[in-house]
Design a protein around this ligand. Structure first.
Ligand code: HEC
Ligand code: HEC
Length: 278
């Protein structure tokens, strides 16, 4: 009986351990929760800081609204010279910041324009003294930079057209090959204009396309464009054959444009060259 009592009797020592344990367990849990929370907060502070300052910088260089290119989910659309200027170049060139030639200030641009389009384009693409490469926006494509250059220089009296490389004229052999490829793969749509394809003889449709430059057209023909199938839907067609087909189409379209320009007065067809900068 005495043994039995011994076993169940709570000594003061037991009592203290039990009490301390009871107090500590929740205390420890609370302590850990607090530490965890502080840890999360501390961690959150850091990744936040970078985008914020980046945003602030962007906001300062780009006072005219958001760039489409900043949304990673937005499809890449080649912007016009005016858009490129407003979104990127105006950050400095609107005010002449950092000693940049000011927009529409013919005196600022005269000598620079005298260097010729290609030098200006190279400087805009690669950077030049305090002029950052691509105006500081690496998302701009070469063509967008070229359009930005043309937009600014033409606003100050130049008459440049946006292109990236001087386009070599296709040889007679290329054109002959292109004609054959075209007849076989492209005429089905582009002779008739079916499905919205630009008819080869449609001067109005081709004038702005030709302005975009051959690289653009090659790319559209090889990879497909709005409604235009890649390689005319013939996946066996080589890139080279697709290119010469485009060469042929452009040659034909140019002829159509020239013919339209030679039409008597009432047509008043503007020479295509007046739309530079678009
Ligand atoms: C951060 C400021 C800044 C931005 C943004 C900027 N530029 Fe400039 N740009 C300059 C400065 C400064 C110069 C003058 C450089 C010099 O002559 O030393 C300049 C000069 C130029 C020139 C003349 C180069 C020459 O050879 O004389 C061109 C062309 C040009 N910028 C195009 C652009 C285009 C296109 C954009 C937009 C895509 C752009 N810039 C955005 C600062 C800027
Ligand atoms: C099934 C019909 C079809 C065939 C075949 C076709 N195209 Fe097209 N193509 C289109 C349509 C539609 C468009 C117009 C898209 C638009 O609205 O801009 C187009 C546009 C183009 C453009 C202009 C790019 C642009 O941005 O609009 C080029 C260049 C072109 N096609 C080249 C070719 C070549 C080269 C071939 C043959 C290898 C070919 N196409 C065959 C339907 C066709």
């Amino acid at each position: 009986m005495a043994d039995h009592l011994e076993m169940t009797k709570t000594t003061p020592k037991d009592f203290i351990y039990a009490t301390l344990g009871g107090l500590f367990a929740p205390g420890l849990a609370i302590f850990l929760i607090v530490m965890l929370f502080l840890g999360i907060q501390g961690g959150m502070g850091q990744p936040d800081a970078a985008p914020l300052s980046d945003k602030a910088v962007r906001a300062r260089i780009q006072p005219f609204g958001q760039s489409l290119a900043m949304d990673p989910n937005a499809p890449k659309v080649e912007r016009t010279g005016e858009q490129v200027y407003n979104e990127v170049c105006s950050g400095c060139h609107a005010s002449g910041a950092l000693g940049s030639p000011k927009f529409k200030e013919a005196a600022d641009w005269a000598k620079r324009n005298g260097q010729g389009y290609e030098v200006l384009l190279t400087h805009a693409l690669k950077g030049f003294n305090k002029m950052p490469a691509r105006g500081g926006d690496p998302d701009l494509s070469d063509l967008e930079v070229a359009r930005g250059v043309v937009y600014m220089t033409n606003a100050a009296g130049a008459r440049f057209e946006a292109y990236l490389k001087k386009e070599p004229e296709p040889s007679a052999a290329d054109l002959a090959r292109g004609k054959a490829v075209y007849a076989e793969n492209c005429a089905g749509c582009h002779d008739t204009g079916v499905t919205g394809a630009q008819k080869l003889t449609d001067a109005k449709a081709w004038a702005p396309l030709i302005k975009e430059g051959k690289e653009y057209l090659y790319n559209a023909a090889i990879n497909g464009s709005f409604g235009g199938p890649a390689k005319g839907g013939n996946e066996k067609l080589s890139d080279g054959d697709t290119r010469v087909a485009v060469d042929y189409m452009v040659a034909e379209a140019r002829a159509a444009i020239e013919a339209a320009a030679r039409q008597p007065v009432k047509q008043a067809a503007k020479p295509a060259t007046q739309q530079a900068g678009k």
